[in-house]
Design a protein around this ligand. Structure first.
Ligand code: TYD
Ligand code: MG
Length: 457
């Protein structure tokens, strides 16, 4: 080899952005299969394109004392659930990634932010690479009235977008979505890891040098066909994920990373005809419509990130009509339900083998935490014996194969959440109970085996 090649090809994991010189069947970092794709990257830095160079000011080191923090640095989005997840509001000049499955409501959420902020006389620019101006207008009509402080742009060429931003100097920009944007100096296709990285880099410089807040919308796809926004998580200040069942009405907005606040908070929204509406008391929302005194219904507390959320587990156990029992789990792991029922047969002597069992997490939630095990067991037992669990009793605990109840994480937080919602007693692992030092209003019922817990029924 005489000369050094200027362009080389490398392989990027399209899911997490891992870079490798050779192709691999499985990504060693995120363990996803078949996610490595070849992309060309140039060795030499391309001469600064307008987007890169224009916004760049000479860098001058400063002392900490010379930097002023003004308290008005946070703007309100007009949506308190979003402000809370952001750590109290939108920080000026920050780069915020809003990720989520297609169709979950990312564009709707940010258009609502635009409506609120434009209503407060803030200058905003919404750049869409996905929808036509007409389509955006049609959506906007459902959301209410907009002032002229919001400008729309349909464009995917980043250089043109940068130029528009520099000319207009809005306070906030929405990029919908990062996967449609491209930078001419990168040869890879829009949505590829190198393209997504490069575009985000340009946006980052724009945000920091002009003091503009930039929201980046990113689609997450399970197939890994489009570069997941995970690739850019480390580049942005804040990462929010919008999730939920596309068919269900509720949506969770979860902070995954936040340089300006904690990531403990989740925001809960409901998708309505006229856009997303906030749900201020999520546990209450999850438990609304719960039947009183019905057998097979048990309330447990799972952790959503680090925030406790009360959910209702429902079980229906009926005699099987076909000799081979049917088992079904909605919102939780099917195999886990089977395992728990096997434990109940073997360790408690409940003869479930001739019964069909259906387990459902109400409200369309998906919970995979082991702390809900005991809740599932109690729900099944309650339906089997046709004896309701008291409506003001909550249940938490992980179940082991010998029928022992294992301790769960963040017990105290769960207990407090149950207390806050007016539950008067909670069944919890004996091990966890021993570690609780403070006095609680709620009655703590420690159990060390499945049999103990079922005896309480
Ligand atoms: P959208 O914001 O386009 O999702 P994303 O940008 O994440 O891909 O949301 C699309 C869904 O939301 C679509 O299925 C229709 C629904 N929707 C409502 O139910 N009510 C509304 O007021 C709006 C605007 C959308
Ligand atoms: Mg969209």
């Amino acid at each position: 080899m005489a000369t050094k090649a200027k362009v080389k090809t490398v392989f990027f994991c399209q899911n997490c952005g891992y870079e490798s010189q050779k192709w691999m069947g499985q990504c060693p970092v995120c363990k996803s299969w078949n996610s490595m794709a070849e992309e060309t990257v140039s060795n030499v830095k391309s001469p600064s394109s307008p987007g890169k160079g224009a916004a760049l000011k000479p860098s001058r080191p400063q002392t900490l004392n010379s930097i002023e923090i003004v308290s008005e640095d946070k703007l309100t989005s007009g949506i308190s659930e979003l402000d809370r997840v952001l750590g109290g509001g939108i920080v000026k000049g920050s780069l915020i990634l809003v990720g989520g499955d297609p169709g979950i409501g990312k564009s709707t959420l940010l258009l609502q932010v635009c409506r609120n902020m434009a209503g407060d006389n803030h200058e905003l620019l919404y750049v869409s690479g996905e929808e036509s101006l007409k389509q955006i207008k049609m959506r906007a009509v459902r959301l209410g009235t907009f002032t002229d402080h919001l400008k729309l742009l349909t464009e995917t060429n980043l250089d043109l977008i940068s130029a528009a931003i520099e000319e207009m100097k809005p306070e906030a920009v929405i990029i919908d979505s990062i996967q449609t944007m491209y930078n001419e100096s990168v040869s890879a296709a829009p949505g590829s890891v190198s393209q997504v990285r490069e575009t985000t880099g340009v946006l980052l410089r724009l945000a920091k040098t002009l003091g503009i807040t930039i929201f980046i919308i990113g689609h997450v796809t399970k197939e890994g066909a489009v570069a997941g926004p995970r690739v850019l998580e480390h580049m942005v200040d804040t990462v929010l994920y919008f999730e939920g069942e596309a068919r269900g009405a509720y949506r969770l907005l979860r902070g995954v990373k936040n340089r300006f606040g904690s990531t403990d908070e989740i925001g809960v929204f409901e998708m309505r005809e006229d856009g997303l509406s906030e749900v201020e008391n999520p546990s209450e929302f999850m438990l609304s419509g719960r039947p009183d005194n019905a057998s097979g219904s048990v309330v447990t507390c799972c952790m959503e990130g680090t925030r406790p959320l009360m959910v209702e587990i429902q079980a229906l156990v009926t005699e099987t009509a076909f000799g081979f029992p049917r088992r079904q789990a909605v919102g939780t792991d099917y195999n886990r339900v089977n395992l728990l029922m096997a434990v109940m047969e073997k360790r408690v002597g409940m003869h479930l083998q001739n019964y069909d069992a259906y387990v459902n997490i109400a409200g369309g939630m998906r919970v995979g935490e082991p702390a809900i095990d005991l809740g599932i067991v109690m729900a099944v037992a309650s339906s089997f014996r046709n004896r309701p669990v008291p409506a003001d009793m909550a249940v938490i605990g992980e179940v082991g194969l010998s029928g022992e109840i294992r301790s769960v994480s963040q017990t105290l937080q769960r207990v407090h959440e149950a207390e806050r919602l007016g539950f008067t007693s909670i069944i919890l692992p004996m091990e966890s109970l021993k570690r609780i030092r403070e006095k609680t209003e709620i009655k703590l019922l420690g159990v060390s085996s499945v049999a103990d817990a079922i005896d309480i029924l």
